[in-house]
Design a protein around this ligand. Structure first.
Ligand code: URA
Ligand code: SF4
Length: 221
């Protein structure tokens, strides 16, 4: 099997050649996402803006600087996490992505989630949140972690929205500061699941040494 890095590179190449929705017509550079592919924490934003379209990198403008500050509040650096968006090409004039664009691009995001298999997904903004919580409002669930399919999903206000509103700015900083605690909880839950699986394997085979999973250590990154 191809390794993770090879698969992530191949995904980026497919994205850069993609014409599955009309956003390919106006893009300069596609923005597949970047960061640590061995991470436990993945961040999903909305879509490339002007600077991202020029550089091919996610969150590099003003919102990106604020995101770096938010990561600092979570005691994280950019190199600790993987950052991507729900659409990989810039919507013209930063308009909202359309439903058909979100649908067309979802294949790549899904593949990235499977590949990285994070314990925590932080959603930034409503389109990213809507993928996991289609009927919720950010004002009622921001900063709260919900356990879905073996990971925590944590919706956050979008950094670009929070940047210029002092009240939101403080809220999103406080919400990011909860991430280390969520990570501890998620790691504990994952370790428990591994040891329960090991117990089940051992019971099934009547041999306590039969499980390859016994003693697996889950590291932070
Ligand atoms: N930059 C991104 O890459 N995504 C956003 O959602 C905003 C800015
Ligand atoms: Fe393809 Fe996504 Fe770009 Fe649309 S936004 S062209 S689906 S990579």
């Amino acid at each position: 099997m191809e390794d993770k890095l090879t698969r992530m590179k191949s995904l980026a190449e497919r994205v850069s050649a993609c014409s599955a929705c009309q956003l390919h017509l106006s893009r300069k550079k596609s923005v597949p996402g970047e960061g640590n592919i061995e991470t436990r924490i993945m961040l999903i934003g909305e879509g490339p803006g002007m600077n991202e379209n020029e550089t091919g990198r996610p969150f590099v403008g003003q919102a990106g600087n604020f995101l770096n500050e938010l990561l600092g509040a979570a005691k994280l650096k950019r190199s600790d996490v993987f950052i991507t968006n729900v659409v990989k090409c810039r919507p013209p004039a930063n308009r909202d992505p359309l439903p058909e664009e979100l649908m067309a691009c979802n294949q790549y995001l899904e593949e990235q989630i499977q590949l990285i298999d994070p314990l925590i997904i932080v959603t930034l903004g409503r389109y990213s949140m809507g993928r996991f919580f289609p009927l919720q409002r950010i004002s009622s669930i921001h900063g709260q972690a919900t356990w879905i399919n073996d990971r925590y999903i944590v919706p956050m206000f979008h950094p670009a929205a929070a940047l210029h509103q002092p009240n939101l700015r403080d809220i999103v900083l406080r919400d990011f500061a909860k991430i280390p605690q969520y990570l501890q909880e998620a790691l504990a839950a994952a370790e428990k699941a591994v040891s329960e699986e090991a117990d089940t394997d051992a019971d099934a085979s009547q041999s306590p040494t039969s499980s390859q999973d016994n003693g697996v250590q889950l590291s932070l990154f």
